[in-house]
Design a protein around this ligand. Structure first.
Ligand code: PEP
Ligand code: MN
Length: 378
């Protein structure tokens, strides 16, 4: 059970103290307080953990300072979308809003290679009005002899270039808790010219210790990729690990499932789960068409499979697109064959805008249909 307090009730107010005294008297219940700090106000939520079946929802709702009570199911207590749950979705980070209503494109390099390529990428993004990108510095690779990413050494110049071109958020995979400190240090050294969204990749979805560490800091939001060989429920629980440690700024990423049934795509594209994740949780949903499809193959209509699956996800409400681009894919150190070209960037964005517009029209049509149904019922 979650007790959502009225916005003026803070942790140091007498009303709060009275409420806590009342709740602490209840046997078998653990009370956990969470403050959601926003730009204009702080919302306080009290989590009651334990057997709340004896609690009367209306009685608690009548107590001073209580705005409403949300009954929660066992799963995804914090990130889940519970019955009568009208709590907002999403968050703002470094001037960029992420929610189940927004759409952000993170086009960029799978792996940072050299300053020239990074600058070419950032310049193209700025020219196309983009403020987000992806830049891999720590690369988990199947083969130990493959390029492992430049690691901490590239961070200062990547962040400086991001600042130069107005990039506000870089999605960057981490594979170890030390990487968070390295990112924080490099941002401090460069004067924080940009922001970072920590990416936890599909190989680490159930690295519970890494999830907990990412959850114990609230400086950086987290993009958690779905595990490629586990159920959706298991991956959503992994996201809840992050939130349960305190960081609720989590985006959930679909990137395809590992099975030969998806051949010839690199992974079995799972973007039909975009609306499912939005229904089960309040997380914004990201899709990664590059690692799902894994090639530049195109259909007889000339449209790349990567674009097709992106459009399929965006037309059903995806909130973020993480996609590989490279100025010279033949020179890329990782995943060149699936990279889109800088000359394709404006067209790729145009294609996404078409799908997003169609999605917004579909939402309006759904609302109008429901209103007609209600009116006809009287
Ligand atoms: C990536 O985005 O660079 C990546 C390695 O993705 P995934 O963890 O989904 O394989
Ligand atoms: Mn890659």
């Amino acid at each position: 059970m979650i007790i959502v307090l009225e916005s003026h009730v803070t942790k140091d107010s007498p009303v709060f103290a009275e409420l806590m005294a009342f709740l602490n008297n209840k046997p078998g219940i653990t009370v956990r307080v969470h403050e959601e700090v926003g730009a204009l106000m702080t919302l306080t939520e009290i989590y009651l953990i334990g057997d709340t079946s004896a609690f009367d929802k209306t009685e608690i709702e009548a107590l001073p300072g209580v705005e409403r009570v949300v009954s929660i199911e066992e799963e995804y207590r914090i990130l889940g979308r519970h019955r009568d749950d009208r709590r907002p979705t999403g968050f703002e980070y470094n001037g960029v809003r992420f929610s189940q209503d927004t759409l952000n494109v993170f086009a960029g390099l799978c792996a940072v290679d050299n300053p020239t390529h990074v600058e070419e990428m950032m310049k193209a993004l700025a020219a196309n009005g983009q403020v987000c990108t992806r830049m891999g510095a720590y690369k988990p690779r199947t083969n130990p002899y493959s390029f492992q990413g430049h690691g901490a050494s590239c961070l200062p110049w990547v962040f400086d270039l991001a600042g130069k071109y107005g990039i506000r958020v870089i999605a960057m995979e981490i594979t170890h808790d030390a990487h968070i400190d390295e990112i924080r240090t490099a941002l401090q050294q460069t004067g924080a010219p940009t922001g970072v969204m920590l990416q936890i990749g599909t190989r680490n979805t159930q690295n519970f210790e890494l999830l907990k560490i990412a959850g114990r800091q609230s400086e950086f939001p987290v993009l958690l990729k779905r595990g490629f060989g586990i159920t959706l429920e298991e991956s959503l629980n992994a996201a809840e690990y992050i939130a349960s440690e305190g960081n609720r700024n989590v985006v959930f990423g679909l990137r395809g499932m590992k099975t030969n049934m998806g051949d010839p795509h690199r992974n079995m594209v799972d973007f039909a789960h975009v609306p499912v994740v939005k229904r089960l949780t309040r997380m914004p949903v990201c899709i990664d068409p590059s690692h799902s499809v894994g090639s530049r193959d195109r259909g007889p209509d000339g449209i790349l499979d990567i674009q097709q699956v992106t459009a399929q996800a965006v037309i059903s409400g995806a909130n973020m697109v993480l996609v590989d681009f490279h100025p010279h894919p033949q020179k890329a150190l990782v995943d060149g064959p699936q990279a889109l070209l800088l000359t394709e960037l404006p067209y790729f964005l145009e294609d996404i805008a078409i799908a997003r517009d169609a999605y917004e029209r579909r939402v309006k049509a759904a609302a109008a249909f429901q209103a007609r149904q209600q009116a006809s019922r009287g």
